[in-house]
Write a protein that binds this ligand. Structure first.
Ligand code: PLP
Length: 372
């Protein structure tokens, strides 16, 4: 983990592992409860439900399986359509495809980068069953409008909150705003369990169904009897131990994310052509990753910037590509996504990055763009 620093390279992301994480993981390993039973699983689920302000939380093996499990628990399958934003990580769409349903890609808001409620309305057909708003890069989607569209049309709302632990819309935590929420604990996320995910919900029936499907749909009172086809999407106690330690520190992670964004903002705010993360008035943005957009950039300009930064010892990454451009999916008419994706990159935004490293990153960006 410290290799990159030793090599004089500022990584885009890196987990913060302290003695607390080491202690809890050691404890889980030493206890012998190394698979998916053990005290840390229960503790992680209970604490995460409290954190998200939901009745239930179900720990799963990762965010992708969490999305798939949620869709399966709602009975979504062949012939159904699920509306997803065209700008997101591929997992959002693939989880839909894994059920046999079709993802329908819609446009985003140019400011927040989240799914555009007006585009959702236009995409609804008689086959639409659900909407998956993605709280991209830490900014919550407009859940008030999305929920009202869903209600009018009898649709489910599955929040993809993989990148937005702790974000809020109108003062309410993501994960508690739709029918269910799904989080990721991959190593670059706000908190990590190595690999891992969590489904949050307030609905008793959905909770029971998802819990059953997570464990091969084993009958509660008749061991090794299965009346439907389920999955092994369980999290291990070792992963949960890491997750619990991280969750105990989440307030400091969220505080630091905001501080990091504020430093970037201070240093890059007045530079012509540059734009950083936007935050809507209803939103608490958790700035999972700092987003930098350069006006007028095409893919080649963006790739050159990423490459030039790399040569200066700075890691960065491009925005996601429009999913509907990928060969396995159907092309969609999403002009905003197609305008935005090529002008954006994410910058190093991890807990331990120093102020002087952020300043170094900003100085290099300014000089690569030709100075002030
Ligand atoms: C928006 C989004 N959805 C879903 C996922 C899938 O999560 P995981 O990598 O834990 O499977 C990710 C993360 O990688 C993500 O960024």
């Amino acid at each position: 983990m410290y290799l990159s620093i030793m090599n004089n390279f500022i990584p885009i992301s890196m987990p913060s592992i302290t003695q607390k994480e080491i202690e809890y993981v050691n404890d889980a390993v030493k206890s012998g409860w190394v698979s998916s039973l053990g005290k840390y699983i229960e503790l992680f689920e209970k604490s995460f439900a409290e954190f998200s302000n939901t009745k239930y939380a179900i720990a799963v093996s990762n965010g992708t399986t969490g999305l798939h499990l949620a869709l399966e628990a709602y009975g979504i399958g062949p012939g159904d359509e699920v509306i997803v934003p065209d700008l997101t990580f591929i997992a959002t769409a693939n989880a839909v495809k894994h059920t046999g349903a079709n993802p329908v890609f819609v446009d985003i808001e140019e400011t927040t980068l989240c799914i555009d409620p007006e585009s959702i309305k236009k995409a609804i057909t008689k086959n639409t069953k659900a909407i998956i708003p993605v709280h991209l890069y830490g900014h919550p989607a407009n859940m008030a409008l999305i929920n009202s569209i869903a209600k009018e049309n009898g649709l489910l709302v599955i929040e993809d909150a993989a990148e937005a632990h702790g974000a809020e819309f109108n003062g309410e935590r993501v994960g508690s705003l739709g029918d269910c929420g799904v989080f990721s604990f991959y190593g670059n996320k706000i908190i990590t369990s190595g690999e891992g995910g969590m489904i949050t919900t307030n609905c008793d029936d959905f909770y029971q169904k998802a819990l059953r499907l997570r464990d091969h749909a084993m009958d509660k009172s008749k061991r090794y009897w299965h009346s439907e086809i389920g999955y092994n999407y369980r999290m291990t106690n070792i992963q949960a131990a890491l997750g619990v330690a991280q969750l105990e520190r989440i307030d400091s992670f969220l505080k630091r994310k905001k501080e990091i964004f504020d430093i970037y903002k201070l240093l890059l705010n007045n530079i012509p052509r540059l734009h950083l993360n936007f935050t809507s008035i209803e939103a608490k943005n958790v700035y999972w990753m700092v987003c930098l957009e350069v006006e007028g950039y095409e893919e080649a300009d963006r790739d050159k910037l990423i490459n030039d930064l790399k040569n200066e010892g700075i890691d960065s990454r491009p925005y996601f590509y429009p999913i509907s451009d990928m060969p396995m999916y159907k092309r969609a008419n999403t002009p905003v996504v197609h305008k935005v994706y090529k002008r954006g990159i994410n910058l190093p935004s991890y807990f331990d990055i120093s102020e002087s490293d952020i300043k170094y990153v900003c100085d290099k960006i300014i000089s690569l763009l030709g100075g002030r």
